[in-house]
Design a protein around this ligand. Structure first.
Ligand code: ADP
Ligand code: MG
Length: 468
């Protein structure tokens, strides 16, 4: 038992955690308890009913006995009782047991079916139950009709057996009730909780890129529809806050660009005028470099906020990726050589894919620049492309240090630059976020993984290619 209890708790606890299980259990408990109460009440009502029926029978028999005693009443004759009652008692012996005693003379009469025994002797009065040795359970009515005490008994064993049968049937019906009510309870609770499940599924789907979806509100004005309406209002507020933030970053980037261009123009003008001392000239040169960097950040922020606001439309073309990759590889080889690395590419699979060549090229250039920054001199950067089973899979792999396993997702967040990144890194942490945005617009996926040989970083892009 001590071992069983914790085991049961361990098995049941998570199951009981769900509302539908608890509702089903409560339902089963309530309905079984109600039925049990009805059965117990029925038992006692039935018992009373049958017993009072037996008492009525005894009373009716008393009328018979009285009629025999009243006619030609001879109280002093000791054989009077015997003469008057023997025959009638034999006729009704199947039903009744008779014990009559003349309290004045002490003469008494017992029916043959009592085999000489008295019916309860002096025990009991009125109507009572008696367990008569050798005969069984009897319901006895004892009546005082001076000078006689008349006791009439009826067999009650059958009643007892009937009540036991009732109890047995009641118990098995209760067992069936437990099973049936559990099943019905589970069904009902699932139906009752369906709207709650729908709410949680929809709420789970609503994310920053899908903020316009709403929970369906039922026609019935009940607590669930009120909850759905409240949640929808909350999503409305969230959506408008999100839109404002996106608009703000788009507008801020836009507004920053004009003054920045003016500052750059002035600085370039100063340089070109040749009137600067060499030390100042160097400072202005530095300023121009930082301005270029700032300009790039603003450009990328603006682009990213447009992607997230779905304000950029793709120029989709239906083309064979092999040709597109061939063209990209030519440029990639030159760029990789420029930074001292070797670039190789391969493509397998035949078919056409719908994609925006300019944007996919932007992604690949981004990945190439990351790989080139991370790779050691003379390192290999490999681009593999595979078109099969309705999917265009592109992987870019390098021989750099890679990133820690818990950073594979984080590097796609905005402004994330890992401390262990390359020393000459001039990036701003927006490149991979932009890649993910563009891949998302193509309804594809992008993820990072370790290189096939365990070292380096492998970035995998999967784009849908229906019909391949
Ligand atoms: N091929 C790679 N090898 C190692 N680390 C990488 C690689 N690509 C990206 N990272 C890490 O992920 C960070 C985010 O990359 P990215 O979004 O392109 O930003 P950026 O290149 O502008 O720094 C980088 O700063 C770098 O730390
Ligand atoms: Mg980058």
């Amino acid at each position: 038992m001590t071992v069983l209890a914790p085991t049961l708790r361990r098995v049941l606890a998570p199951r009981l955690g769900s509302i539908s299980t608890r509702l089903a259990l409560w339902y089963a408990l309530a309905s079984t308890f109600t039925l049990a109460c009805l059965f117990v009440t029925g038992y006692f009502v039935l018992q009373r009913h049958i017993v009072s029926g037996l008492d009525m029978l005894n009373l009716a028999e008393l009328g018979e006995v009285k009629a025999h005693l009243v006619r030609g009443y001879q109280p002093d004759d000791p054989t009077f009782l015997e003469r008057r009652l023997r025959k009638p008692s034999e006729r009704s012996a199947a039903l009744f047991y008779l014990d009559v005693r003349n309290d004045h003379t002490g003469v008494s009469f017992v029916s043959d079916n009592l085999h000489g025994k008295r019916l309860g002797g002096s025990v009991g009065k009125g109507n009572f139950n008696l367990d008569q040795a050798g005969i069984g359970k009897l319901r006895v009515g004892r009546f005082q009709i001076a000078p006689y005490t008349i006791s009439i008994g009826t067999a009650a064993g059958e009643v007892q057996r009937m009540l036991e049968g009732y109890a047995e049937i009641g118990l098995s019906l209760l067992g069936c009730m437990i099973v049936a009510s559990l099943v019905i309870g589970f069904g009902l609770s699932r139906i009752a909780l369906r709207p709650v499940r729908m709410i949680s599924e929809t709420a789970n789907r609503i994310r920053s890129d899908n903020l316009s979806e709403r929970i369906a509100v039922g026609v019935a004005r009940d607590e669930i529809s009120e909850l759905s309406t409240m949640l929808n209002q909350m999503f409305d507020r969230l959506e408008s806050a999100f839109t404002q933030i996106r608009q703000f970053s788009a507008e801020a980037s836009h507004e920053l660009k004009t003054p920045l261009s003016l500052v750059r123009l002035h600085a370039e003008k100063m340089l070109l005028s040749g009137a600067l001392a060499p030390a100042h000239e160097e400072a202005v040169q530095l300023q121009l470099e930082e301005l270029a960097r700032l300009d790039q950040i603003i450009e990328e922020m603006l682009f990213l906020s447009r992607v997230e606001a779905h304000a950029i439309s793709l120029q989709l073309t239906h083309a064979n990726p092999a040709g597109f990759l061939q063209a990209f590889a030519q440029d990639a080889r030159v760029l990789a050589e420029h930074s001292g690395q070797l670039f190789a590419h391969s493509h397998d699979g035949e078919g056409q894919v719908s994609f925006d060549a300019k944007r996919i090229r932007q992604i690949l250039l981004n990945l190439l620049s990351n790989a080139a920054k991370a790779s050691p001199p003379g390192g290999h950067i490999t681009l593999r492309s595979l078109l099969e089973d309705g999917c265009w899979r592109i992987t870019m792999e390098d021989e750099g240090p890679g990133v820690a396993a818990d950073q594979y997702e984080r590097i796609f967040e905005r402004f994330v630059r890992l401390p262990a990144g390359p020393a000459n890194d001039s990036g701003n942490g927006l490149g991979l976020a932009i890649c993910r945005g563009i891949v998302g617009m193509h309804h594809g996926r992008i993820a990072a993984a370790p290189g096939v040989h365990g070292s380096g970083l492998r970035v995998i892009i999967e784009l849908p290619a229906p019909g391949v």
